[in-house]
Write a new protein. Structure first.
Length: 132
């Protein structure tokens, strides 16, 4: 038991505090399409994605957990709830970020309101640059 504790303590000490709390903000450009039309449209202004604390925040839909990480990809999936126009909405967010190319695919399904929607995003993301 003592040996296990010492091993875990050494591993924890070996991981820098900055890596444990690291945050990465991505600026993404690309297209979006709703499931009804399927017609892609440019998203216009860059969209932000924040990867921090084992979670991914996508747009204004809240954050969901990272479900799988490999040397080349980050997968995320989960449900976020918000109140939109006085009604509770549930956002099901499922996505993948290619860690090499920055290619990102995200599917956002909204339910809990009168008109449920499914929207797909096909983006190219890169680390955001601070302005000042």
């Amino acid at each position: 038991m003592k040996r296990l504790f010492l091993t875990l303590a050494l591993i924890a000490a070996a991981v820098p505090a900055s890596a444990q709390t690291a945050s990465l903000t991505l600026a993404c450009t690309g297209t979006t399409a709703d499931a009804m039309s399927g017609k892609p449209e440019d998203i216009g202004a860059p969209m932000g994605i924040v990867v921090a604390g084992g979670r991914v925040s996508f747009g204004d839909w809240g954050s969901v957990p990272i479900t799988h990480v490999t040397p080349t990809a980050v997968d995320f999936h989960g449900v976020s709830q918000t109140v939109t126009l006085g009604m509770r909405a549930q956002w099901d967010i499922d996505g993948n970020i290619d860690r090499i190319s920055g290619e990102t695919s995200v599917m956002v399904s909204m339910s809990g309101v009168k008109n449920s929607t499914v929207t797909s995003y096909h983006l190219t993301c890169k680390p955001a640059q601070r302005l000042f």
